[in-house]
Ligand binder design. Sequence first.
Ligand code: ATP
Ligand code: MG
Length: 347
Amino acid sequence: MKKIILTGDRPTGNLHLGHYVGSLKNRVKLQNEGDYDEMYVFIADTQALTDNFNNPKKIRDNIIEVAIDYLSVGLDPSKVTFFIQSTISPLCELTMYYMNLVTLARLERNPTVKQEIKQKEFGSSIPVGFLNYPISQTADITAFEATIIPVGDDQLPMIEQAREIVRSFNNIYGETLVEPKAIIPDAEVCRRLPGTDGKAKMSKSLGNCIYLKDDSETVKKKVMSMYTDPNHIRVEDPGDTKNNTVFIYLEALSTDEHFKKYLPEYNNLNELKAHYEKGGLGDVKVKKFLYNVIEDILNPIREKRNYYEENTDLVYKILEEGSSKALAKANETLKKVKKSMLIDYFD
Ligand code: ATP
Ligand code: MG
């Protein structure tokens, strides 16, 4: 079986550290290892419109932003096909056919969707398109016969839904679609990075993000005002590192090299944690270290970003070429699907 990697992001804002540790890092790693047949990364504008249908300009403006974020973290157009979701019309057709295979009750049970409905305060006015997005995501995955999906853990229910649809389709219409598998980060803290406000998930729609695009001054301000342990008031107080967002970020981002470079009095994170837990280590010192670690990660990304910001024509060209290649592939799958469903009347 071919190894096909696919992932996407919603153009609802710039990409942030949650994306970086949850998914982007894995994508770049997989890309550089080169052990795959095809790799696709796409901008999910159709999906973003399901809950931003009244703000099309926001979605349009963020296409280029997300594309530049991709290129800046090191995704490489010579290895990856980039495309924009709405340009691939076979995805709509596939969605339509898959809708027959899923019940309303099943969609309403999806824990991520449930949480998002609450967060977006839809009440009883849930747009049909929004509730339907896990099905449209199945179309994205299956159209490219993707086998590997590197994502954060909020996406696991979506991949499960996709697997169910694939099995159901193949059962009814005969072996046609390929079952995907999610890849989540090994480190648990990276699977769902909390926000700078300590909320469970760093997320564009919650406004608690450190963006890959943020400048040094902004990062400093965000880190310095981050949530720590509310009971760690004086330096000598023993502190908690488990529910402490600063330590969670260090767990996700720092390496022993960072300690050598910026905090040589400790060999590693365990030693720093032990000191904080015992008492005698102030928040400011830990936050300054975290700031340096983040800067170390963001500096090379910013440098590449500068280049692509000056060359947006090139970025649009990459998206256009990728989209046209992706369209051809999706059309092939649609053809197979229609044949299996006996709706290939004129072939
Ligand atoms: P929105 O608020 O618009 O939904 P988002 O910040 O949740 O935006 P998405 O575009 O929905 O970002 O997510 C894209 C990918 O990044 C998904 O694979 C998701 O699992 C991953 N991801 C997003 N936020 C985090 C996070 N805080 N930690 C780990 N992975 C994340
Ligand atoms: Mg999301």
